[in-house]
Design a protein around this ligand. Sequence first.
Ligand SMILES: Nc1nc2c(c(=O)[nH]1)N[C@H]1C(S)=C(S)[C@@H](COP(=O)(O)OP(=O)(O)OC[C@H]3O[C@@H](n4cnc5c(=O)[nH]c(N)nc54)[C@H](O)[C@@H]3O)O[C@H]1N2
Ligand SMILES: Nc1nc2c(c(=O)[nH]1)N[C@H]1C(S)=C(S)[C@@H](COP(=O)(O)OP(=O)(O)OC[C@H]3O[C@@H](n4cnc5c(=O)[nH]c(N)nc54)[C@H](O)[C@@H]3O)O[C@H]1N2
Ligand code: SF4
Ligand SMILES: [Mo]
Length: 688
Amino acid sequence: MPTNAYPADSGPLQVRGACPHDCPDTCALLTTVENGVAVRVQGNPAHGHTDGVLCAKVSKYAERTNHPERLLQPLKRSGPKGSGQFTPVSWDEALADIAARLGAIAARDPQAILPYSYAGTMGLVQGESMDRRFFHRLGASLLGRTICSMAGGEGLVYTLGGKVGMKVEFFAESKLILIWGSNSIGSNLHFWRYAQQAKRDGARLVCIDPRRTETADKCHEHIQLRPGTDAALALALMHELIVHDWLDHDYIAQHTVGWEGLRERALQWPPERAAEVCGIPVEQIRRLAQDYGTTKPAAIRLNYGMQRVRGGGNATRAVACLPALTGAWRHRAGGVLLSSSGQYPVQRAQLQRPDLLAGRQPRTINMVTIGDDLLREASPGFGPKVEAVVVYNSNPVAVAPDSAKVVQGFAREDLFTVVLEHFQTDTADYADYILPATTQLEHWDVHLSYGHTDVLLNRPAVPPLGQARSNAQVFRDLAARMGFGEACFADSDEQLCHQAYGEHVDFGRLLDDGFATLPIPDAPFAEGGFPTPSGRCEFHSARLAAQGLDPLPDHVPNHELPERSAAYPLAMISPPARNFLNSTFVNVKSLRTIEGRPLVEIHPEDAAERGIADGGVVRVFNDRGSYQCHAAVSERARPGVVNGLGIWWRKLGLNGTNVNELTSQALTDLGAAPTFYDCVVQVERADT
Ligand SMILES: Nc1nc2c(c(=O)[nH]1)N[C@H]1C(S)=C(S)[C@@H](COP(=O)(O)OP(=O)(O)OC[C@H]3O[C@@H](n4cnc5c(=O)[nH]c(N)nc54)[C@H](O)[C@@H]3O)O[C@H]1N2
Ligand SMILES: Nc1nc2c(c(=O)[nH]1)N[C@H]1C(S)=C(S)[C@@H](COP(=O)(O)OP(=O)(O)OC[C@H]3O[C@@H](n4cnc5c(=O)[nH]c(N)nc54)[C@H](O)[C@@H]3O)O[C@H]1N2
Ligand code: SF4
Ligand SMILES: [Mo]
């Protein structure tokens, strides 16, 4: 078992770690420590995918960790809810009171307690180990962790069998790369490096995105479709593959199911029909189909940006069918990659111990509808009213849709809220207790990735700052206070690191090198073998049919369409800002300075119609709320679509709101996921 966290000597040294952020790249870090202080965080040149390079955000991780506003001691609320007024208390006092409050609620019904967490750290230990054990033992409500990837994830499950796909490094050898719903330069930089390599070797790069991103600027072609119309485009591509016989009949016959049905469906989507729906020239569709049908090897880098609309699950299914039609999977540089995380042998039952539920079956609350659910009374369908929320690794007041409701919920005087955090975020403002958490430089963890296939270990580089404790430590402490006697509550963070993969990954190797590559074939589906029930790529899904759902992929129009709404004639998407990671880093001055100010990009024609000037303050509004920000009059926006770049802290915005004031709690077709990019608004000058 590994001992020692951080070295005692004070000479400069470099400690190997892993980037904890919710980003496909999961970089290997090298932290330079001088006199016990982390002074610099760099990419580890020994790790192939990282190649010594970090994004601008995590290059500032030392600044974030040593930030003057870091929370360094437990705080107890001393003013009204949401006032942000707190006084310091000891860990003893905080833990005793929290254990007593949770214990009293649990004695009535533990389901009135709700954990709320996401991927503030993707670490398996600080994100999904001791915390899950604690809440399972308690019998708390389960949380549906749907806020990011569930629609696309389910789309993959029903088509390919799981979050599986191409190995990212082989994009470098592709001759055609479709970058679909992804601003790779901003959010998947290390994939972009492989795409650049391919481009230098003559590959054609096509970006499919309603926004003219910096990635679109650097591709050979940009297909600037309307939000939520990707399935229509994919079906029209299939139509052309069929009509021109750019098909791999042998691959289809041997490794797919439902070809006849899909063929019939696709033939209903001639390019003219899709061009109308997508709002793009028909020629562009024909040309893309020809490129895709005749270039080998052809690869698709799909990302989650295209599944945050009502039809996100179906759209993912439609795109995931394409490589099987052309047999692109036969080549290691062909196929599709949305996420690789399903390829990791994570020992979740051992880490999370669902057996501690001991036969109880708590309800599941969808994290997307936290706005409504915190405001719900007890009912037979819902169960008990939520009386306590424990938030960690997430900032729901800023990131969940329909913020006005989320704020109203967290403002309930009768709600007991505990927030484990690095900083006093918008959510922490509503806490009864804020508990100071360690950052990645101060704790152990072990990682998977959703954009490559290496396991990474994170060693602490420095001791916890102030009185900060790791999430796992806090739940261990709470378990002890609540008298949970099971041996698993004594496992240390280092032991949890080991348990995450058990014997499936050589832990000694991780300790020595900091990373280890999973043994995955170069072309995993060259001869079929998909992890679906049929072992084939499922165009037709019997599992969907059994649920009474459409077994074939189709275009499912958005919930909210500007052409159907007189009051709100603009569609709004709210993709990530390059220098923030969701709402993380917004309070890091150097990065906030690069982003400038909260803004909405609006096309010059839409701006002119409204008398809006570049840089002017505007009000973006709909029935759910109103958000003030600056207008960026720019052709990065498509006419009729505005881009509200995310996700500012509300309290650092112009009128104490952010873009989620406008987004809705409506869910996707598959996976009960959010529809952040399926939203209509109006924009006007703030001075009118
Ligand atoms: N710098 C930075 N990096 C990040 C994040 C961040 O906030 N900042 N977030 C991280 C997270 S949580 C995730 S889940 C990942 C992946 O998160 P993604 O959301 O995939 O991130 P992006 O690739 O930045 O953005 C997706 C792109 O999809 C586009 N898009 C929006 N609607 C549609 C549509 O209907 N169809 C199509 N084709 N495209 C659409 C947007 O304009 C955007 O350019 O990125 C991670 N990386
Ligand atoms: N409008 C709009 N909304 C969106 C999106 C969008 O594109 N548009 N994207 C959505 C997506 S894809 C996602 S994934 C969600 C993300 O939403 P969240 O998961 O809430 O992500 P962050 O905003 O980064 O907040 C993570 C918080 O965890 C904290 N944290 C980090 N590490 C630790 C730790 O070790 N311990 C503790 N206790 N805390 C830690 C950070 O300080 C940070 O405040 O947002 C969603 N919201
Ligand atoms: S690119 Fe992604 S994984 Fe790499 S350092 Fe930046 S946020 Fe972390
Ligand atoms: Mo995400």
